[in-house]
Design a protein around this ligand. Structure first.
Ligand code: PHE
Length: 516
């Protein structure tokens, strides 16, 4: 039986919450959320986003954490334990983070460079932010170097294990992140007259700008921001035992994640409103532009203190990105350790090297090295991967998580029982999911509302994307479909009837390594 004798996992509830929050809070909050809010109707977007978090995000979050906890194992084993034929979802949700790391670390590397650079040519950046950015990003060597640095830091922390590495790092880094964020936000909110104009752009509700694209963006953003649909919360959940309350944990994680995104936006748009108001509403505030061109320029305009603000800001983004990449890399690492019985250090090194190699062309593609020669069907590689993961694969992963918990866990003797959420509630409670009265609502949501909403938004959203982007978007869909099919094949051929390992295995592997 795959039951942990000694436990391999988080030592404390707080450590777990901080690690999961560390995964959730990342570039998505500080880089994605603010500009998407600005572009999609301000508070209207925030409103829909919060609804998505409540109706789909937190439901899928409970489902995934619980899936991991009951399995005490990597995602493949976890989905397999819910239903033998669902194990392919485990394979899919291990591949997704892997793809994400490869572009995420490139952005992490850029951010690292900007943090380091805060005290130097900020004057330069003030006059020539754009030039500085483009000469850095299109350089064939530097961005690759910083990607490597970033991956190395994440790798070293993962090598130290769940308790000794991930948990410890999160306990130090997350409070630091929050302090930096609040400090930067307070400073930016006090920048004077233009602040209100910036905040007005950021938060003034305009439902006419939202549209269906906006709703899809809000849903994608909610999943992305909560790190759902990619095995992460399954993996982190597997490192907890039932002393850690799932209900309380997810409430804290979801609230913290949303709060950081909102405060991040406050800081960024106050600064833009005060120092670059002419940019508001020009459509020139896309993700990369805003973070790596506009903000450095603004920090440059702040005078001497701008250097410090720049350092605080970018250091905070580095921390956010780092704790997220750690979680992304942990999923694949956990699986490789458990399935192939390889010690943690070795597994991390192998996976880190593969990620680094894949991220090189991505760095060149996003930064426009070699005159932008590297792209796929007109998309740079980051955008292509981001569309694949964010818009298609992650909602799919979250959908399957809902189906796994809502329809597969428990004992159902007949059709009537199977469609009855109250029966599911009782089955889940018997199975060990203790979320009190919320369990009844949860059972209904996870069975019906979550999956149907995801499916609905997904289908109409993709139709909209195809209409907007034309034929090239079909390639995003085709590549996503290929990935799903590949996961199915790999699972049924190699993993379905094989032992895919569990958390306790890592302890055995470590013990064996010591004896040898
Ligand atoms: N949730 C993180 C963010 O908001 C990103 C992330 C995505 C982390 C996927 C892990 C997995 O940036």
């Amino acid at each position: 039986m795959e039951v942990a004798k000694k436990r391999n996992g988080f030592a404390s509830g707080l450590g777990f919450i901080l690690a999961a929050a560390g995964s959730a809070v990342g570039l998505g909050n500080l880089w994605g959320f603010p500009y998407k809010t600005g572009a999609n109707g301000g508070a209207a977007f925030v409103f829909v986003y919060i609804i998505c978090v409540l109706l789909m995000g937190s439901i899928a979050l409970v489902a995934e954490m619980y899936l991991g906890r009951r399995a005490q194992a990597n995602p493949v084993t976890a989905y397999k334990k819910a239903n033998k034929n669902l194990g392919f979802v485990g394979v899919l949700v291990i591949i997704i983070p892997f793809l994400i790391i490869c572009y995420y670390s490139v952005l992490g590397g850029w951010t690292f460079k900007f943090a380091v650079n805060s005290f130097q040519p900020i004057q330069d950046a003030a006059n020539n932010g754009t030039n500085f950015f483009s000469s850095f990003s299109s350089n064939a060597f530097e961005p690759v170097f910083y990607t490597l640095v970033f991956l190395l830091i994440a790798g070293v922390i993962i090598m130290a294990g769940v308790k000794g590495g991930i948990e410890k790092a999160s306990k130090v880094l997350m409070p630091m992140l929050f302090i930096l964020l609040v400090a930067v936000a307070i400073y930016c909110l006090c920048l004077g007259d233009g602040v209100l104009q910036g905040l007005n752009f950021y938060l003034n509700p305009d439902f006419s700008k939202l549209g269906f694209d906006g709703v899809l963006a809000a849903m994608g953003q909610a999943f992305y921001s909560l790190s759902l649909g990619m095995g992460i919360m399954v993996s982190y959940g597997s490192y907890t035992d039932n002393k850690i309350k799932i209900g309380k944990s997810i409430a804290m994680i979801a609230v913290f994640d949303t709060l950081v995104a909102l405060i991040g936006g406050l800081a960024i748009f106050s600064a833009v409103g005060a120092l670059q108001p002419e940019l508001l509403g020009t459509g020139n505030l896309g993700g990369v532009t805003l973070m790596y061109m506009v903000l450095p320029k603004i920090f440059g305009q702040m005078g001497g203190i701008g250097q410090l603000v720049s350092f605080f800001f970018f250091a905070m983004v580095v921390i956010a990105a780092l704790t997220s990449v750690i979680s992304l890399l942990e999923v694949a690492t956990q699986f490789v350790i458990q399935k192939f019985k390889i010690p943690r250090k070795k597994a991390t090194i192998i996976l880190g090297i593969v990620c680094f190699i894949v991220s090189i062309p991505i760095a060149w593609s996003v930064g426009g090295a070699f005159n932008g020669a590297i792209n796929l069907f007109g998309f740079d590689l980051l955008t292509f991967l981001d569309e694949m993961t964010n818009t298609i694969l992650m909602p799919m992963g979250a959908l399957f998580s809902c189906l796994a918990i809502g329809w597969c866990v428990g004992d159902y003797k007949n059709f009537k029982q199977r469609i009855n959420p109250l029966h599911t509630y009782r089955e889940l409670s018997k199975d060990g999911l203790d979320i009190g009265w919320f369990g009844k609502i949860f059972a209904f949501m996870v069975k019906y509302v979550g999956p149907l909403l995801i499916l609905f938004i997904e289908i109409f959203g993709i139709i909209g994307k195809v209409n907007d982007n034309g034929v090239s978007y079909w390639w995003v869909i085709i590549f996503s479909a290929i990935l799903i099919i590949a996961s199915v094949i790999v699972y049924f051929v190699f993993f379905k009837n094989a032992n895919t390992g569990c958390n306790a295995d890592e302890l055995d592997i470590a013990e064996k390594a010591i004896k040898e």
